[in-house]
Design a protein around this ligand. Structure first.
Ligand SMILES: *Cc1c(COP(=O)(O)O)cnc(C)c1O
Length: 307
């Protein structure tokens, strides 16, 4: 890993007890722990920081002049790529889906603050617009970071996070996590085994199971079993990625009112709704040590139309 990226994180992320939320969900008070990947040194924090240690390291190793990546308008990955670029002194181009909003809020406001160049893709797929940026020779050496920052190499960062969980909570039975571009779950499953990781689909990709499994197959840590063995809750997508589902709203409110814990409407709120549902269905039972991975996303709360 390049030395330039070592400062993105400030050590292992904390684990917090969440006894009032545990009891509210129907678990025993000491069953539930929250791993705070929302609390990291860079750019407001979140799970993308771990992946960026790898992907920005690759950009530096390639002696890139500029980095380009894509995302939804309120992409946390885009925001953190902008912050990481600022930290290492590399210009960042963000190709964001759709049209420029009237008011730049939430993550877009931060993208701007970190000095990124924003290109709105309009009606075109962001990936096609990013292809053009990548091949624009006038920009010098352009390094592409994939959607959501997920690649087999960057998913290795979440193998290390899974090992952190094992150090902090040796008797962990379940880790609950939102699935977007899939790298986070792929790394956790590689570290912890498929049976201990419950991924909650957010609708960011057409087929979360295939996406996660394909990343695992490319990882040098090796794959752990078949795609069928992955535990994925597909029931929290609602009307789609950018829409606020009622179950998510309820989960956000429960975490906030029992623990003063802020979740986001796209990812961590859905993951919490998945945990609620798993307890209701008996997939997670009282006495099961459960780690909820808080992946960040707070700025998205201030950029979401429903808030
Ligand atoms: C991107 C993101 C996720 C999903 O992580 P992937 O590795 O893309 O699956 C979860 N939570 C938040 C807040 C995110 O920004």
């Amino acid at each position: 890993m390049s030395n330039g990226t070592a400062g993105f994180m400030n050590g292992p992320t904390p684990i917090d007890a969440a006894p009032r939320l545990a009891v509210d969900l129907g678990l025993d008070a000491d069953d539930l722990l929250v791993k705070r990947d929302d609390l990291m040194g860079l750019g407001g924090g979140g799970n993308k920081v771990r992946k960026l240690q790898v992907t920005m390291g690759q950009a530096l190793d390639a002696a890139a002049d500029v980095v380009v990546t894509t995302g939804a308008a309120q992409s946390n990955h885009a925001r953190l790529t902008a912050a990481a670029g600022a930290r290492v002194g590399l210009p960042v181009v963000l190709v964001l889906q759709g049209h420029a909003p009237e008011t730049e809020r939430g993550n877009v406001l931060l993208d701007r603050l970190f000095g990124a160049e924003i290109i709105w893709s309009g009606r075109r797929p962001p990936e096609a617009v990013a292809d053009e940026v990548e091949h624009d020779r006038s920009r010098g050496r352009v390094h592409r970071i994939p959607f959501g920052g997920s690649s087999p190499a960057s998913a290795e960062a979440y193998v290390r996070a899974g090992q952190e969980v094992l150090d902090q909570v040796p008797d962990v039975r379940h880790v609950v996590v939102a699935v977007g571009s899939g790298g986070t779950m792929a790394g956790l499953v590689t570290a912890l085994g498929a049976e201990r990781v419950l991924g909650v689909d957010t609708g960011a990709v057409p087929d979360a199971r295939r996406t996660v499994h394909a990343l695992m197959e490319g990882m040098r840590s090796g794959t752990q079993g078949a795609a069928d063995s992955l535990r994925i809750d597909g029931g929290q997508v609602g009307q789609g990625y950018e829409h606020l589902a009622e179950s998510t709203r309820a989960a956000l409110s429960r975490a906030a009112r029992t623990e003063g814990l802020i979740l986001d409407p796209t990812y961590s709120g859905r993951a919490m709704a998945g945990l609620v549902s798993a307890v209701a269905s008996g997939g997670i039972r009282p006495g099961d040590r459960t780690v909820f991975l808080h992946t960040g996303g707070l700025p998205g709360l201030f950029g979401h139309e429903a808030f």
